[in-house]
Design a protein around this ligand. Structure first.
Ligand code: SF4
Length: 308
């Protein structure tokens, strides 16, 4: 009986820590069946012996716990339990003393809408403040914008997405890639790459909506782009996916058609850049989804390789 209670306690702790690992972004975490045995089937992520691969590409750490019915694995299981127990408790995970001195306090995350460590959030905030909500560095300030739409996401992201400029929904809500095209981008990130959207960093070359959703003029892009480049320098992503021809041309300073650029990595200051079609274009021509999927598979493979 007491052995049963102890086992239940161990399993509870393991499940708690697996959830914790998931929140930390630890990739491919597998667990024995009995960890999920008391959960309804619909609530069990993944297939047999597999928890959802939340963030397979971002962090290389893999924790594997042997199957419960293998008598010879008891020692290994004890060792796995002991490793998991050595992690800080879930209830203390937001304490900077536990997470490391660089952890951002909850109030900062709430105030900025950014996640990441304290110093990079502060750096992105400083860039936002420098731009200001009344920015008039280019003509888009007086062509009907509602607000400046800043980049969002995880300031320590290994993956970044760059578009050209806000559209009507983004201009109204104040966040990049919302609305139908934004939902498609979310699907690409969460279904294609199996990464929660909030764990990537997303921005645009221009932060104000061009009238009629026209492409930003070269002088408009030139005025705004330096802020994005500083964000790239701050976040230090390993890979950037650049969405659409205008953004790709502005970021990489080339004029090659997007159809010729996609499908291969380019270089921006040592960062691998994958140009692909803009989600808004995919809404107009769904046949292009297959090519985007090919590009995303290359991104996923590279992230996996870089994590090893
Ligand atoms: S697009 Fe950029 S540079 Fe131009 S007004 Fe907006 S924030 Fe300023």
């Amino acid at each position: 009986m007491s052995e049963h209670i102890n086992k239940a306690g161990d399993l509870g702790q393991i499940r708690e820590h697996l959830l914790y690992l998931k929140e930390l972004g630890v990739g491919l975490v597998t667990a024995p069946d009995d960890l999920n045995a008391d959960r309804p089937a619909v609530d069990r992520p993944g297939t047999k012996n597999e928890l959802t691969q939340v963030n397979a590409d971002l962090i290389a750490t893999t924790v594997k716990i042997p199957p419960p019915d293998a008598a010879s694995t008891i020692d290994k299981r004890s060792s796995a339990i002991s490793r998991l127990r050595s992690l800080p408790r879930l209830s203390k995970r937001t304490d900077p003393a536990v997470m490391g001195t660089g952890a951002a306090p909850d109030e900062m995350i709430k105030k900025t809408g950014l996640t990441g460590d304290r110093s990079t959030i502060e750096a992105i905030e400083a860039i936002r403040n420098e731009i200001g909500q009344e920015c008039s560095r280019c003509s888009l300030c007086s062509l009907g914008r509602s607000q400046v739409v800043n980049s969002v996401g995880n300031t320590n992201a290994r993956l970044m997405f760059v578009g050209e400029a806000p559209g009507a929904d983004e201009d109204r809500i104040g966040e990049p890639f919302v609305g139908r095209a934004g939902q498609l981008l979310t699907d690409i990130i969460e279904k294609g790459l199996e990464i929660p959207r909030e764990q990537v960093f997303i921005g645009n070359i221009n932060r104000c909506r061009p009238p009629g959703n026209r492409a930003p003029e070269p002088d408009e892009a030139a005025a705004c782009k330096p802020f994005l480049l500083r964000e790239i320098e701050t976040v230090k992503p390993k890979v950037i996916v650049v969405l659409g021809a205008t953004a790709a041309h502005n970021l990489l300073d080339v004029k090659t058609p997007i159809s010729k650029m996609r499908g291969q990595f380019h270089d921006y200051m040592g960062v691998k850049v994958m140009p692909t079609f803009h989600p808004a274009y995919l809404l107009r021509d769904p046949n292009k989804k297959r090519e985007v999927w090919e590009d995303i598979k290359l991104v996923r493979a590279l992230l996996n390789e870089l994590a090893e």
